[in-house]
Design a protein around this ligand. Structure first.
Ligand SMILES: O=C(O)c1ccccc1N[C@@H]1O[C@H](COP(=O)(O)O)[C@@H](O)[C@H]1O
Length: 214
C-alpha cells in the first residue's frame, strides 16, 4: 500500500458516507455547497455531518463563486480544514478569501488544452493547494463533478510550487493509470464512486482508495 497517496472523496451527503471514506483510508471528505449539484448540502446538514466526521479526516467545503455572506455562514457553522473554490474566482479574490477566513484554500483549475496551464502557475502563487480538474463542457450545469476526464498527458511531468490534486472523471478503473501518467500524489473523485448521481457507494469508495494507493 502506498501511503504517500492522499485521496479526497467529494460530495458526501450521509453519515454512512463518512464511515465508508474513513474506513477506506481516504484523507479528505468533501462537502458540496452548490445548489445545482445533486450533492448539495445546506449549512445545517453539513454541520451535522462534519461534527460526526472521524478524527483525522480533513473536511473540505466546496463552493462555487460564493458570496462573502455565504462563505461566512458556512465557515461559522461547519468545522472545516480547507475551502475548495470551484468557480471562476480570480487570483485576487482567492487571496482575499485566504486572508479573510484563515483557512487553507484549494483552487480548482479546469484543463482542456495547453492554453489552460498558465492559470495553474498564476493561482499557484496565492493558494495552498491546486486542484487540476477537467474543464466542464460549454453549457454544463456544473463546473465540476461531471465525471469527465481530460488528457492527462497535458500535465505529465509538470510541477507547481504548492501541493496539487488530480480530479476529473477518475474511477476505480482508471485512477492507477492517472497517477502513473501524471505523477499526482493526491487524487479527488466524486461521480466515479457513486451508484447514482449524488449517491455514494461504499464498495466503489473502497475500490477507488485501494487502487489509488496500490
Ligand atoms: O461534485 C459536484 O457536484 C461538484 C459541483 C460543482 C463543482 C465541483 C463539483 N465536484 C468536483 O469536481 C471534481 C471532479 O468530479 P468528478 O470526479 O469528475 O465527478 C472533483 O474535484 C469534485 O470535487
Amino acid at each position: 500500500m502506498n501511503n504517500d497517496i492522499r485521496v479526497k472523496i467529494c460530495g458526501l451527503t450521509r453519515p454512512q458516507d463518512l464511515i465508508a471514506v474513513a474506513s477506506a483510508g481516504a484523507a479528505y471528505a468533501g462537502f458540496v455547497f452548490f445548489a445545482k449539484s445533486p450533492r448539495h448540502l445546506d449549512v445545517e446538514a453539513a454541520r451535522a455531518l462534519a461534527l460526526e466526521a472521524p478524527v483525522g479526516l480533513a473536511k473540505v467545503a466546496l463552493t462555487v463563486n460564493a458570496s462573502d455572506a455565504e462563505l461566512e455562514r458556512i465557515v461559522e457553522a461547519v468545522p472545516l480544514d480547507m475551502l475548495q473554490l470551484h468557480g471562476s474566482e480570480s487570483p485576487e479574490r482567492v487571496a482575499e478569501l485566504r486572508d479573510r477566513f484563515g483557512l487553507p484554500i484549494m483552487k480548482a483549475v479546469g484543463v482542456a488544452s495547453e492554453a489552460d496551464l498558465p492559470a495553474l502557475v498564476e493561482y499557484g502563487r496565492v493558494v495552498d493547494q491546486l486542484l487540476v480538474d477537467a474543464k466542464p463542457p460549454k453549457g454544463a450545469e456544473l463546473p465540476g463533478g461531471n465525471g469527465l476526464a481530460f488528457d492527462w498527458r497535458l500535465i505529465a511531468g509538470r510541477r507547481w510550487p504548492v501541493p496539487w490534486m488530480l480530479a476529473g472523471g477518475l474511477t476505480p478503473q482508471n485512477v492507477r493509470e492517472a497517477i502513473h501518467l501524471t505523477g499526482a500524489r493526491q487524487v479527488d473523485v466524486s461521480s466515479g464512486v457513486e451508484s447514482a448521481p449524488g449517491v455514494k457507494d461504499a464498495a466503489r469508495i473502497a475500490a477507488f482508495v485501494e487502487e489509488a494507493m496500490a
